[in-house]
Structure formats: structure tokens, C-alpha cells
Design a protein around this ligand. Structure first.
Ligand SMILES: Cc1cc2nc3c(=O)[nH]c(=O)nc-3n(C[C@H](O)[C@H](O)[C@H](O)COP(=O)(O)OP(=O)(O)OC[C@H]3O[C@@H](n4cnc5c(N)ncnc54)[C@H](O)[C@@H]3O)c2cc1C
Ligand SMILES: *[C@@H]1O[C@H](CO)[C@@H](O)[C@H](O)[C@H]1NC(C)=O
Ligand SMILES: *[C@@H]1O[C@H](CO)[C@@H](O)[C@H](O)[C@H]1NC(C)=O
Ligand SMILES: *[C@@H]1O[C@H](CO)[C@@H](O)[C@H](O)[C@H]1NC(C)=O
Ligand SMILES: *[C@@H]1O[C@H](CO)[C@@H](O)[C@H](O)[C@H]1NC(C)=O
Ligand SMILES: *[C@@H]1O[C@H](CO)[C@@H](O)[C@H](O)[C@H]1NC(C)=O
Ligand SMILES: *[C@@H]1O[C@H](CO)[C@@H](O)[C@H](O)[C@H]1NC(C)=O
Length: 513
């Protein structure tokens, strides 16, 4: 039997199996959950009206349900979707949800890889597609934006003023990134994206709205939200520091990407560890990826390095090791910020790939060659175990992604008041080690034996003691909060703002609070 047809058959078998489990006899818990959601939705339909609260399939409901980036999150049918236009609509929604004890989810940019974190079955989905404003305030050198904006849109709208916000590295990703900490190509000089918060409007679990800043009575909530994800409330407005990056006519950066033969995977991983150890210049940024993809049933692996320097060329003293390794293709030039983070992602970019199950997992290690090479070896075993001729894993692509967290990034965050992730004593540098997967079209879920392999890899590539795992890149089975440097404060803050633990019970998100 040819590998492809064997694969197709296996996939059909797999989907039948998963759907059979999902449509199992309904429990009374599930019907209670549905009744509560119906009550919340009926109340909201009454108070907000049927444009803001869509209870049955219409074009906007259908588009929104099927728009989540991870295919697993397009298979839930929320009882209703609330499309707020302003903070008070979110307050009304949370009051009704809290009162009815309804399950709920929040969706901003839709890019969570976590199943169930941005959509919900038999619950209320709050979706921010109508709250996308972004405003620059020159006197305070700050930017205020709503949660529905995507980084590419924010970049293009702010570029006329020569400023940017510290957001993501990919244009289609959204503001949920901030609540998980957030890493930008500006992070080496500016800290984690969340380190740049100035003020946050937060709708608490019971519908109360508060404005949290570093110095007011909600400063504990403000710090918790720098990495605390979705457990503390719903942010409806972000005010953050602006960063000067020039207009689209300016090219203050130099860089791009370099493609390498995968035979250099180990050399490049070691060079990334050394770069992380030795780079003290906060103008330097880098991201290293190794990707294996099944193309016509054959596994192909490539290495791609993304590198950007704020200056007119790449300093040899920083990038020399990478530039000395023979490249397959080198695309480097002077760049504007809008070229580094364009309004639209390139076609066929991973962010544009909708309709596939997606998965992440995270580790964080001190940048020693032996630790990086060990992680790489485990990745290579994982990759060849699940991406081989005639595989029935349903997996199409897996990547190994290294992000240096320079000491300058950690220092910048501390200078801006600190966050929930980094312990006061942690100076860094360290390396975030991410693994990500994309499955074939038609695969509705991750097969159990593949998840077992993922879990084995997570055990094989443990974080170094004292380092926080990166929320935005984790597997939902990883307890990220307990790795945070300020875990005790985070727990106390959660208890204060959600004393009945409603969010731990009625919305999906990180475990461990
Ligand atoms: C292609 C790609 C590239 C990425 N690149 C980066 C990167 O460069 N740097 C980085 O740090 N991360 C990156 N990520 C990870 C990304 O930060 C996370 O997936 C993040 O959760 C996405 O946010 P979102 O708004 O797009 O997604 P969503 O799925 O809409 O939201 C993510 C989570 O945040 C919650 N949430 C969103 N908005 C709110 C709110 N206003 N209030 C309360 N809870 C909220 C949601 O409920 C959900 O749990 C990338 C992801 C992808 C898929
Ligand atoms: C929502 O309210 C409208 C009246 O404003 C009503 O016609 C409609 O049936 C309601 N929908 C649901 C699902 O309750
Ligand atoms: C990578 O190098 C190997 C030899 O080391 C060669 O066989 C292979 O064709 C190269 N791949 C690409 C894509 O250039
Ligand atoms: C944001 O960008 C996307 C394309 O990436 C576009 O479809 C959308 O209309 C933009 N939204 C706004 C408000 O500019
Ligand atoms: C995988 O299949 C391709 C043809 O589809 C073949 O050329 C290649 O040698 C096979 N590789 C292995 C490891 O079996
Ligand atoms: C796997 O991904 C590659 C590259 O994106 C694509 O060409 C191929 O069609 C995909 N295979 C399947 C079965 O989806
Ligand atoms: C390689 O991965 C497979 C699949 O997860 C696993 O069974 C095997 O033990 C791994 N081997 C090593 C040496 O880690």
C-alpha cells in the first residue's frame, strides 16, 4: 500500500474514534452546564440585544466559531457569542455568566494553541473582533489599544508616528500574548511585552471594572497580569509604553533570515547557546528554528535563523558564528520596523495555516551547550518517531524553536517594576526551548500515543531550576504558574480577586492556582 493512502485511511479511522468519544452519552453535569449557559445567554440577549449576543448560527457566529487558529477550537459550539463594543458590555456579560454559573471563554487574536482556552462548548464565548482601536498619545509617549487588535494592524497604524508597541513577532497573533508575558524582537532592550504595561482596565469575575496601574490600589493585580494569563479577569483596555522604531521610510534595523541545511542543526544550536551567554548588546535580537515537515510522505528538515540588529549592519562580534556557517539562502538587508512585523503575514506562514490541529510545549534552560544539544537530540528522536514514511501519527510538521532571553531583557523588565514570572534574584540569561506541531487536515485531535510521545519529550527536556516556563508556548498539561518566580504573590492575588475560584472552575486556562 502506498504511504499516502495508508495515511488517509488511518486518519479516517482516527477521526471516527475521536468523534465517537465526543458524542458519548451525555452526563447530567453536561446538561446542567448547558442549562446554565442557556440562562446566561437568554439574560444577555435581553440586556445587550441580538446583534451583540448571537445565539444561533448566522454568518458572524459561524465565521467566529470557525476562525480559531487551532482546529480543535473550531469544534466547540458556544451557546452564544458576545461581541462587545465597549467595556460595559463585558461587565454585563460577566455579571450574567457569574450569576448563572455558566462556563465561558474569551478570544482576542485566536492564536492560542491550547484546546478549550479560546472557545467553549455549552458556554458563553466573549469575542473581541469589534474592539480593535489603537491610539497613540504623543505627550505621554504611550499607546492605548483594545484587545481585538492584531500586532500587524497595530504596527501599520502606529507606523506613521514612528512608534510601535512591544507585542509579538508575528502579525496575525493577538493581545492574549501580553497576558502570557509576551516576547518581541524588541524584548532584548524593552523586556517582556507585558513589562511595558502602564495601565489596564480589567473586568473582574463578578463584572466589576477596575483600572490597575503600578502604583494604585490594584498594583498587585497589575503585576499578576504580567504573565498571569486569563485567570485574573478580562482586560478590556491596555495602555503601554511606546517605543521609537521609525516610520516605514526609516530603516534603523538590519537583518532578515538565513536558511541552512539541517546538517548544521547542532552547530547552529550551539551558536545560539553561545549567543545567549555572551550577548550584552540589547540592540541584538535572534530566533532560531528547526522544522521537520512531511512533504509527499517524505520528512524534510530545514533550519531557519531570524536575526535583527538595530544598526546598519550585523556586528561580526555578535553574529559571526552564524555567518560563518554555510547557508542555503541568505536574505539580509536594512529594514524598517514595518518590514520586520508587516501588516500581513507572508502566505503559507504558520499563522495563516487555519484548519489544522496545533500544539506547543515549552522548556527553559540555562544556555549550556550540553543542555541545548540534549534538547536537540530529544527533538530529533521525537521528530523521527512521529514523522516517518507511512506514519499514522497524523502529524505533518514539528519545530524546535530557541529564543534567547538575554540578561538585558530581564534587567529591562525589573527596571519597569517587574512581573509575575521573573524571581527578584534571577538575572539570566536563559533560553526558551519551544517545540510546536501541526497535524494534517482532517485530524480532529491529537492521538493518545502521540501525546504520550510529547509528554515523554517534556520529561526529557526539563527546565533548569529557577527558570520560569513561557506560558505562551506551553502544553496545557504543564504547570507553568508553579515555575514562576513570584508564585506565592500570584496565588495570594488570585485569592483576593476571585475568592470563589470561579475562573478556575468555569473557564479553561493554566492549571495550578
Ligand atoms: C504563529 C504564532 C506565533 C507566535 N509568536 C509569538 C511571539 O512572537 N511571542 C509570544 O510571546 N508569543 C507568540 N505566540 C504565542 C501567543 O502569544 C499565544 O498563542 C497567545 O495566547 C495568543 O494570543 P491571541 O490573542 O492571539 O490568542 P487567543 O487565543 O485569543 O487568546 C489567548 C489566551 O488569552 C486569553 N485572553 C485573550 N485576551 C484576553 C483578555 N483581554 N482578557 C483575558 N483573557 C484573554 C484567551 O482566553 C486565551 O486563553 C505565537 C503563536 C502563534 C500561533
Ligand atoms: C433574543 O431576543 C429577541 C428579542 O429582542 C427575541 O426575538 C429572540 O427570540 C431572542 N433569542 C433567543 C435565542 O432567546
Ligand atoms: C544537505 O546536506 C546533505 C549533505 O550533508 C545533502 O545530501 C542534502 O542534499 C542537503 N540538503 C539541502 C536541502 O541542500
Ligand atoms: C487587520 O488586518 C487584517 C489583515 O491582516 C485585516 O483583514 C483587518 O481588516 C485589519 N483590521 C483593522 C481594524 O485594520
Ligand atoms: C520514504 O519514501 C520515499 C518515497 O516516497 C523514499 O524515497 C525514501 O527512501 C523513504 N525513506 C525511508 C527512510 O524509508
Ligand atoms: C503537510 O505540510 C506541507 C507543507 O505545508 C504541505 O505541502 C502538505 O500538503 C501537508 N500534508 C498534508 C497531508 O496535509
Ligand atoms: C524516541 O521517541 C519514542 C516515541 O516517543 C520513544 O518511544 C522512545 O523511547 C524515544 N527514544 C529515546 C532514546 O528517547
Amino acid at each position: 500500500m502506498a504511504p499516502m493512502s495508508f495515511r488517509s485511511l488511518a486518519l479516517v479511522a482516527l477521526s471516527t474514534l475521536v468523534f465517537a468519544q465526543a458524542s458519548d452519552v451525555e452526563s447530567s453535569a453536561a446538561s446542567g452546564q448547558r442549562a446554565n449557559a442557556l440562562a446566561a445567554c437568554a439574560a444577555l440577549n435581553k440586556s445587550l440585544g441580538s446583534t451583540l449576543v448571537q445565539t444561533s448560527s448566522g454568518p458572524e457566529y459561524d465565521f467566529s466559531v470557525h476562525n480559531a487558529w487551532n482546529f480543535q477550537n473550531t469544534l466547540f459550539n458556544p451557546t452564544c457569542i458576545v461581541f462587545p463594543r465597549q467595556t460595559s458590555h463585558v461587565q454585563t456579560a460577566m455579571k450574567a455568566i457569574f450569576k448563572a454559573k455558566a462556563h465561558y471563554a474569551v478570544q482576542a487574536g485566536s492564536h492560542s494553541a491550547m484546546k478549550g482556552w479560546n472557545n467553549v462548548q455549552d458556554g458563553v464565548l466573549i469575542l473581541f473582533s469589534h474592539m480593535q482601536s489603537v491610539v497613540y498619545d504623543k505627550p505621554s509617549h504611550s499607546v492605548t489599544f483594545e484587545p481585538g487588535i492584531h500586532w500587524g494592524n497595530a504596527t501599520s497604524q502606529l507606523s506613521q508616528y514612528g512608534v510601535a508597541v512591544v507585542g509579538g513577532r508575528v502579525g496575525d497573533v493577538g493581545t492574549g500574548l501580553l497576558l502570557g508575558g509576551g516576547i518581541s524582537f524588541l524584548s532584548p532592550s524593552q523586556g517582556f511585552a507585558a513589562d511595558n504595561f502602564l495601565s489596564l482596565d480589567v473586568v473582574l469575575v463578578d463584572g466589576t471594572v477596575v483600572t490597575a496601574t503600578a502604583t494604585n490600589r490594584y498594583s498587585d493585580l497589575f503585576t499578576a497580569l504580567k504573565g498571569g494569563a486569563n485567570r485574573f479577569g478580562i482586560v478590556t483596555k491596555y495602555t503601554v509604553r511606546a517605543v521609537d522604531v521609525g516610520t516605514p521610510d526609516d530603516t534603523p534595523f538590519y537583518g532578515g533570515h538565513i536558511l541552512y541545511n539541517s546538517s548544521y542543526a547542532a552547530a547552529l544550536s550551539k551558536a545560539t547557546a553561545k549567543y545567549t551567554r555572551e550577548t550584552t548588546d540589547p540592540k541584538a535580537a535572534l530566533l532560531f528554528t528547526i522544522t521537520t515537515t512531511l512533504i509527499d510522505g517524505v520528512a524534510e528538515q530545514v533550519c531557519v535563523l531570524f536575526l535583527f540588529y538595530r544598526g546598519s549592519s550585523l556586528p561580526q562580534s555578535i553574529y559571526g558564528d552564524f555567518l560563518a556557517i554555510p547557508a542555503v539562502d541568505t536574505v539580509l538587508s536594512p529594514l524598517s520596523w514595518t518590514q520586520i512585523l508587516p501588516a500581513r503575514d507572508p502566505p503559507n506562514f504558520v499563522s495563516s495555516n487555519r484548519g489544522f490541529v496545533q500544539h506547543f510545549s515549552a522548556s527553559a534552560v540555562v544556555p549550556e551547550d550540553r543542555l541545548v544539544l540534549s534538547a536537540l537530540n530529544h527533538f530529533q528522536n521525537f521528530s523521527s518517531a512521529f514523522l516517518h514514511n507511512g506514519t499514522t501519527s497524523g502529524m505533518n510538521t514539528t519545530s524546535f524553536i530557541l529564543t534567547p532571553i538575554l540578561a538585558s531583557q530581564i534587567a529591562a523588565g525589573k527596571a519597569k517594576g517587574g512581573n509575575s514570572m521573573i524571581a527578584p534574584g534571577l538575572k539570566g540569561p536563559y533560553l526558551n526551548v519551544q517545540r510546536s506541531e501541526q497535524f494534517d487536515a482532517g485530524v480532529p485531535d491529537i492521538p493518545a500515543f502521540v501525546q504520550d510521545g510529547m509528554n515523554l519529550y517534556i520529561k526529557q527536556v526539563p527546565r533548569s531550576p529557577g527558570l520560569p516556563l513561557f506560558m505562551n508556548e506551553c502544553d496545557q498539561g504543564q504547570n507553568v504558574y508553579e515555575t514562576y518566580g513570584n508564585f506565592d504573590a500570584l496565588k495570594a492575588t488570585y485569592k483576593k480577586y476571585d475568592p470563589t475560584r470561579f475562573n478556575m472552575q468555569y473557564t479553561q486556562g493554566p492549571m495550578g492556582l
